[in-house]
Design a binder for this molecule. Structure first.
Ligand SMILES: Cc1cc2nc3c(=O)[nH]c(=O)nc-3n(C[C@H](O)[C@H](O)[C@H](O)COP(=O)(O)OP(=O)(O)OC[C@H]3O[C@@H](n4cnc5c(N)ncnc54)[C@H](O)[C@@H]3O)c2cc1C
Length: 421
C-alpha cells in the first residue's frame, strides 16, 4: 500500500462478522493486521437473528456493552409454527439457564456489522473499506499476498498469513477450486421487510419464528428488528420457490404469505417497506480449511442453512479459533497448512452437530414437537443445540441416535488434512 510500506503480518479479506472477529483478536494478541473490505459500511446484509452462544465471542471482543447500547431487539426464544398455523411451545433459552448470556439479539446487519468493524479499528487493525481483493497471490503452493484495487489501480500487498473471510463470495476456495455445494441442502430464499407486523406480547416479542407453509414445501422466518421492523423470508427448494414462477419476487412472496396462516395473520395489518431480495445456493463448504500461508474463516469456509440462525455464531466462533491458531503459527514461525488448520476438526465437529439437526428439519417424518413428546429427557440437549453450544462439550450422541429413527442424517464432515468430525 502506498501510504504504509510496512507489510502486515496478516491480511484479512472481508470485514463481516468473521473478518472483524479474527482481526480484532489477532490485533489484541499483538499482531499487525490489515483488513480489506470491498464495501463501504453500512451495507445491507442478511443474517439478522443471533444465537445466544455468540455472547462469549462478543465478550472477548469487548462488544457486550456496545450490543446493549445499540438498541437491538433482545431475543430469548425460538418458536416453531406448524403447517396448520398452530403455534408450538417456544424454546425459552432463559428457562434453561437464567443468565445474561441466554438472551441474545436480533440485529439489523448494516448497523451490527458497522459496529463490529468500528470495534476492529478501535483495537488497532488497519481497516481499509472500499478495497476489493481480486486474487490471492501464491509462490508455488504458498499464499504470500493479495492483489487489490485502490483508486482503480492494482496494488499487491504481502503478508505471512492470508485469511479469507469474504463470506459467500468465497474468493480463495473458488480460486483454488475447492468449494463444493451440498446437494442435500439446495435451497433458495426470498425476503423483504415490514413495519408494524404483529408481535406476541411479553418475552416472546423478540422471538424468531419458524413457520411452515401448509404443504411443508417451505418455511418462513419472522425476525423482529428494532423500530417495529420485521424481517420476513421464505426458504425452499428452488424448484418450488423460483422455477416457473416468473421474475416478480414480491408476487411469489405475497402468494406464499397468503396461503400460510401462521405468517398471514402476522402481517395483514403491516406495511411492507422494502423490495423483495432473493438469494440461492448458499449451502456449500470448502474441502479444506487451510493451506500453506492461508486460512478460510466464516462463510468463506462454508455455510449450512438459515434454519437455526447459526451463520453469525459460526462466523464468530471460526474468527476466534482462527485467530488463536494463527497467533500460535506466528509465534512458532510455522505457516504450513497443517499448523494453520489445527482448529479445523473442532469447527467441523461443531458444524456437523448443527448440520445433522438441519437435515432432520427438512425431512417429512421429523418434527420437534413429536421428538420432544417422545424424548422429554433430551429437552436440555435440544435447547443447547438451538443456542449453538456445540463446540466445547460433545454429549449429543444419544439425541442423534433417536433423531435418526425418523430422519436420515448426513455422513460426518471430512476435511482434507484434518480428522473426521
Ligand atoms: C437467506 C439467509 C438467511 C440467513 N439468516 C441468518 C440468521 O438469521 N442468523 C445468522 O446468524 N445467520 C444467518 N445467515 C448467515 C449469515 O448471513 C452469514 O453466515 C454471516 O454473515 C457470515 O459472516 P461472514 O463474516 O463469514 O461473511 P459476510 O458477513 O458475508 O462478510 C463477508 C464480507 O466480505 C466482503 N468481501 C467479499 N468479497 C470481497 C473481496 N473480494 N474483497 C474484499 N472484501 C470482500 C463482503 O463485502 C462482506 O462484507 C443467513 C444466510 C442466508 C443466505
Amino acid at each position: 500500500m502506498e501510504d504504509d510500506n510496512r507489510n502486515p503480518e496478516c491480511i484479512v479479506i472481508g470485514g463481516g462478522p468473521a473478518g472483524s472477529t479474527v482481526s480484532t483478536i489477532l490485533s489484541d494478541l499483538g499482531h499487525h493486521v490489515m483488513l480489506l473490505e470491498k464495501s463501504k459500511f453500512p451495507r445491507h446484509h442478511i443474517g439478522e437473528s443471533l444465537m445466544p452462544q455468540t455472547f462469549w465471542t462478543f465478550k472477548r471482543l469487548g462488544m457486550i456493552e456496545k450490543m446493549h447500547k445499540a438498541g437491538f431487539t433482545p431475543k430469548e426464544s425460538v418458536q416453531f409454527v406448524g403447517a396448520s398455523g398452530k403455534d408450538s411451545q417456544p424454546y425459552y433459552f432463559t428457562d434453561r439457564d437464567p443468565n445474561e448470556w441466554s438472551v441474545t439479539w436480533q440485529v439489523k446487519r448494516d448497523k451490527f456489522d458497522k459496529l463490529m468493524l468500528e470495534n476492529t479499528r478501535e483495537h488497532g487493525v488497519d481497516v481499509r473499506e472500499g478495497t476489493q481483493v481480486k486474487q490471492v497471490l501464491f509462490q508455488g503452493k504458498k499464499a504470500v499476498g493479495v492483489r487489490t484495487v485502490i483508486d482503480g489501480k492494482e496494488t499487491d500487498v504481502f503478508a505471512k498469513v492470508i485469511i479469507d473471510a469474504t463470506g459467500v463470495n468465497a474468493l480463495l476456495s473458488k480460486q483454488l477450486g475447492i468449494r463444493e455445494g451440498e446437494p442435500g441442502l439446495k435451497n433458495a430464499a426470498i425476503y423483504a421487510y415490514w413495519k408494524g407486523a404483529h408481535r406476541d406480547p411479553g418475552r416472546n416479542a423478540g422471538a424468531t419464528l419458524v413457520i411452515y407453509t401448509p404443504d411443508k414445501q417451505g418455511w418462513f422466518w419472522s425476525i423482529p428488528l428494532e423500530d417495529d421492523v420485521t424481517s420476513i423470508g421464505i426458504v425452499g427448494k428452488p424448484q418450488f420457490l423460483i422455477t416457473g414462477r416468473g421474475d416478480d419476487l414480491m408476487a411469489i412472496l405475497d402468494e406464499e404469505i397468503a396461503r400460510t396462516p401462521g405468517i398471514k395473520r402476522r402481517v395483514e395489518n403491516a406495511e411492507r417497506i422494502s423490495h423483495a431480495y432473493v438469494t440461492s445456493d448458499f449451502t456449500y463448504r470448502a474441502r479444506r480449511i487451510a493451506g500453506d500461508g492461508w486460512v478460510l474463516c466464516g462463510d468463506a469456509f462454508g455455510f449450512l442453512d438459515p434454519i437455526y440462525s447459526s451463520g453469525v455464531l459460526l462466523a464468530l466462533k471460526m474468527g476466534e479459533l482462527t485467530a488463536d491458531t494463527v497467533h500460535e503459527a506466528l509465534e512458532a514461525g510455522d505457516f504450513s497448512g497443517e499448523r494453520l488448520g489445527r482448529h479445523g476438526t473442532k469447527i467441523a465437529r461443531g458444524m456437523q452437530l448443527i448440520r445433522q439437526l438441519v437435515y432432520a428439519f427438512y425431512q417429512p417424518n421429523f418434527s420437534f414437537g413429536a421428538f420432544n413428546k417422545a424424548y422429554p429427557q433430551f429437552h436440555d440437549q435440544v435447547v443447547r443445540l438451538l443456542i449453538g453450544d456445540v463446540f466445547d462439550r460433545d454429549d449429543f450422541d444419544e439425541v442423534f441416535k433417536h433423531v435418526s429413527e425418523t430422519a436420515v442424517l448426513p455422513e460426518p464432515i471430512v476435511l482434507e488434512g484434518s480428522h473426521a468430525a
